[in-house]
Design a protein around this ligand. Structure first.
Ligand code: MLT
Length: 262
């Protein structure tokens, strides 16, 4: 793991390969291990950078953050690493940060990936559920969140037949600190709605979704595809919300083809 001071915080990241840079942002309550197969599978041809976002994984930073401030960290990291114009892709919360980044720093982008994510803000019910989850993590810790999240993160078949994969995901959730979980929940609850921004997203955009994604289902991905002018949609077979871990070969194939075309 490499480390870089970014806006006053130590950000840990992997940086592997040479060529067009691709930065990948993980979701909640996860860390850069989400991208282990993309790092291994795509760094033969591309420079793949997978940070632990502020507060997550091995990165420090206990204070409040927003999707916008995480996007500022991504920008500062990209500058520190001299990436020039790069591809940015994010999964779920990483996708919210990617959209915030697209609004703030469009001239630094070569292309965009939106993976198992959505552009809408939380509904009123969704916001209430965030508050309940904040209460849950304060009272019962990260394990309670892992218990709640796991069945939603993975396709039923993954949970039933791939215990090792499920245990990696559980480990990521349980190792995420209660403070970061609460901060992330508040930040996602308060995030801006990006629906009206989508038609002006000018970069080539690859949208990827697991066919069994229970959190951000294919119908949501299809709506983003219709709203973003230069977009393509790839549906991953046999994957839930964590397509890059559940079906890495399909995801890597889609990313490789997209990067080569860009
Ligand atoms: C994620 O995977 O990042 C989260 O499930 C996103 C969310 O809760 O909105």
């Amino acid at each position: 793991m490499n480390r870089q001071i970014v806006n006053g915080t130590y950000v840990s990241y992997q940086d592997q390969g040479q060529g067009l840079p691709l930065m990948l942002l993980h979701g909640y309550p996860l860390d850069s291990r989400l991208w282990q197969h993309q790092l291994a599978g795509l760094s033969d041809e591309f420079r793949v950078i997978t940070p632990d976002l502020r507060g997550f994984g091995q990165s420090t930073g206990g204070g409040a953050f927003s999707m916008e401030s995480q996007a500022d960290d991504v920008h500062a990291l990209a500058e520190a690493l001299n990436l020039g114009k790069f591809f940015l892709a994010g999964l779920s919360m990483g996708g919210y940060i990617t959209l915030a980044y697209c609004r703030k720093y469009p001239s630094t982008l070569r292309g965009v990936g939106l993976i198992d994510t959505r552009a809408e803000a939380d509904t009123p019910d969704g916001r209430q559920n965030r508050d309940k989850a904040i209460e849950l993590v304060r009272l019962h810790g990260s394990k309670a969140i892992a218990d709640q999240m796991l069945p939603k993160l993975l396709a039923p078949e993954t949970i039933n037949h791939r215990p090792q994969l499920a245990s990696i995901v559980r480990q990521m959730c349980e190792q995420c600190s209660p403070q970061t979980i609460a901060t992330a929940l508040a930040a996602m609850r308060d995030r801006a709605d990006q629906i009206e921004f989508l038609p002006s997203l000018a970069e080539a955009t690859l949208i990827i979704v697991g066919d069994q994604d229970a959190i951000t289902p294919p119908v949501i991905a299809d709506a983003m595809h219709k709203a973003i002018p230069q977009s393509q949609l790839v549906v991953i077979r046999g994957a839930g919300h964590l397509a890059p871990l559940e079906q890495p070969q399909q995801v890597n194939r889609a990313l490789r083809a997209f990067l080569k075309a860009g």
